[in-house]
Design a protein around this ligand. Structure first.
Ligand SMILES: [Zn+2]
Length: 240
């Protein structure tokens, strides 16, 4: 069985291709951000895969919309006892009434939200959001510094933002990086993987063989981390 992978970008969507000894192509969309993976018959032409993905774009977009709807519906109430993930660990939210400035502290298995009584859930969510952003802003500089030295290039600017369909992105021309704020909920290795992935794009813009070679050299375990970020498929479909 051929286990070689290809990484395509089709209509702005990143597609992982896994070649297998199968007859029909098989496409999967993975939560939480709608990652697309194609299992393709061995030796199938890359153009044929591209064409097939283009033909499935309406289906892919529908799956991604469903993911976003599900995310909105599962919006947290921000009440004591609720679970929230921080760097891959599940913490229990604990609301504490304070008169002063609202703040958040991770203490053991608790995520303590100290807020004035009566602060509504939307404000509590906003507070947690900026706390997550701060976690990444603290974690990023040493990681970027480390990989600047290893890869041998400079990052000019980086930003943490909410992104619907990507964990990270980059602009090699301006040496800029963007990180999904959701990475603060994942194991720290995930943030490092995105740092290395995006910085490797400064060398190779597409997910070509050379890109994969560099990733293997930098982070031999990157596939496991990628799979952790991609999770289990939301929806799958076969076509011939
Ligand atoms: Zn990429």
């Amino acid at each position: 069985m051929n286990t070689a992978n290809a990484y395509l970008t089709v209509a702005g969507i990143n597609v992982d291709v896994v070649y297998k000894n199968i007859k029909n192509m098989h496409i999967s969309v993975y939560p939480p951000i709608g990652r697309v993976r194609v299992a393709a018959p061995d030796r199938l032409d890359e153009d044929a895969i591209r064409l097939a993905v283009v033909q499935r774009l309406p289906w892919i977009k529908k799956q991604r919309e469903q993911l976003q709807t599900a995310e909105r519906q599962s919006q947290r109430e921000m009440v004591t006892g609720e679970s929230h993930y921080v760097w891959g660990q599940r913490l229990r939210l604990k609301l504490i009434d304070v008169a002063g400035r609202p703040h958040i502290d991770a203490v053991g298995s608790k995520l303590q939200l100290s807020v004035p009584p009566g602060m509504d859930d939307a404000h509590r969510r906003k507070l947690l959001e900026s706390w997550y952003r701060k976690q990444i802003k603290v974690a990023l500089p040493p990681l970027i510094e480390k990989w600047e030295a290893i890869i041998g290039l400079k990052v000019n600017a980086w930003t943490v933002r909410r992104m619907k369909t990507k964990w990270g992105s980059c602009n090699p021309d301006s040496a800029s990086l963007w990180f999904n704020i959701e990475l603060a909920k994942k194991h720290p290795g995930c943030l490092e993987y995105i740092v290395v992935h995006e910085m490797t794009h400064f060398r190779e813009r597409t997910h070509n063989d050379r890109f994969v070679e560099l990733m293997d050299k930098h982070l031999p375990n990157w596939r496991a981390t990628r799979d952790e970020l991609n999770g289990a498929p939301l929806a799958e479909e076969d076509w011939s």
